[in-house]
Design a protein. Structure first.
Length: 363
């Protein structure tokens, strides 16, 4: 049996008529940049998340950069975040010549350990950037309490978590600014790069809208140093066709996760979802002591897997200048040595799931 990790082709075939019709509407009008579909998508995303303002953009990385710029993060400012995440989280901080300050993670959720944040706050700290890793929000009540105490801003990196909730609220509504990514393999993905920024602040929203078009407030008049960060109209059209199906897809991903939980009998650490949170199941990630051997055996049986992430950020060469060293963040380091993500998408059949679980149990 051959398993597809993301099943993007099957999803396309399922929604082919709607997607093709939506793309053709853009082609027929030839409005490829900031066409009507972009504004319509922003409206629909705000409705979906119950967020006041949605600003689409070119990708999840640029969404983080726009958020940091909107909060006026400057050189030598410090932003607290996690070392166990995709590089964009810290890369965007560093690109503004600010300093990413890392805090270790919780073993069960893989998210930033809020109990450790206050230990690294300094007079240079300006913001906290928790990541809703693998689709589950971090301990946002605790993080918000800390932010309020020290007058810090919060940017939620929800690149993997669109549609997840914390205390019944979409994580797009949490913090000062939240972002997501529409990379094709994300729970809600387009057919190229795409992202969005969410905020209930009209002030931040107005600034972000200018920043994504080079800081322009009217044609060829520039209020800020901005960037070319627009979402193109064809990608907006694709997302508009897929969004109406997304609630059902989230439910199907939840069913897949439950079946994995019921069927995996091997002595493994399966994902832990806190009772006050839901997850988009951006990934279904296990802890496996003999990870590399297991991965090879699964691959030999036609089961694709992925490692998110094999090296934590504080040990990456590009961040050597921060002077972190091995064992500074033991939970993140241990996680990098044992995590393995199984196929996760709304279109895994019962036979697929049973085959994956049975193969894993027999290794």
């Amino acid at each position: 049996m051959k398993i597809d990790f993301a099943n993007l082709q099957l999803q396309y075939q399922k929604y082919k008529l709607e997607i093709d019709t939506s793309i053709n509407a853009v082609l027929n009008k030839s409005s490829y940049i900031m066409g009507d579909q972009v504004k319509k998508l922003e409206t629909e995303l705000s409705k979906f998340t119950n967020t006041k303002n949605t600003i689409t953009c070119s990708n999840g990385t640029d969404a983080l950069l726009l958020a940091l710029k909107a909060l006026e993060i400057k050189p030598n400012d410090e932003v607290i975040t996690t070392p166990f995440t995709f590089i964009s989280t810290a890369e965007t901080i560093a690109s503004l010549k600010a300093k990413p300050v890392f805090v270790d993670i919780e073993k069960d959720t893989f998210n930033i350990d809020a109990n450790l944040i206050e230990d690294v706050i300094s007079d240079k700290t300006k913001a906290i950037m928790p990541v809703s890793l693998f689709g589950q929000p971090a301990d946002m009540d605790h993080i918000q309490t800390i932010a309020d105490k020290y007058k810090l801003k919060i940017i939620v990196d929800g690149a993997q978590s669109f549609g997840s909730t914390y205390n019944g609220i979409f994580d797009s509504c949490i913090g000062d600014i939240s972002i997501t990514s529409f990379f094709p393999s994300k729970p809600l993905g387009c057919y190229g790069d795409g992202g969005a920024v969410f905020t209930n602040s009209d002030q931040y929203a107005e600034k972000i809208r200018m920043l994504r078009v080079h800081g322009q407030n009217k044609r060829y008049h520039y209020k800020y140093i901005g960037m070319g960060g627009r979402l193109d109209t064809i990608q907006a059209a694709i997302l508009l066709a897929k969004l109406p199906h997304y609630t059902k897809e989230l439910a199907e991903r939840e069913k897949v996760a439950k079946k994995y939980k019921d069927l995996i009998k091997k002595n493994l650490e399966i994902p832990v979802i806190k009772s006050n949170r839901t997850t988009s199941w951006g990934q279904y990630t296990l802890r496996i002591n003999d990870r590399d051997q297991v991965q090879k055996k699964l691959n030999d049986k036609g089961i694709p897997t992925a490692i998110y992430y094999p090296v934590p950020l504080h040990l990456q060469e590009c961040f050597k200048y921060l002077n972190y060293k091995k064992n500074d963040f033991p939970v993140a380091e241990e996680s990098s040595n044992c995590v393995l993500s199984l196929p996760m998408n709304a279109y895994l059949s019962d036979d697929n799931i049973s085959y994956i679980a049975q193969t894993l149990n027999n290794i």
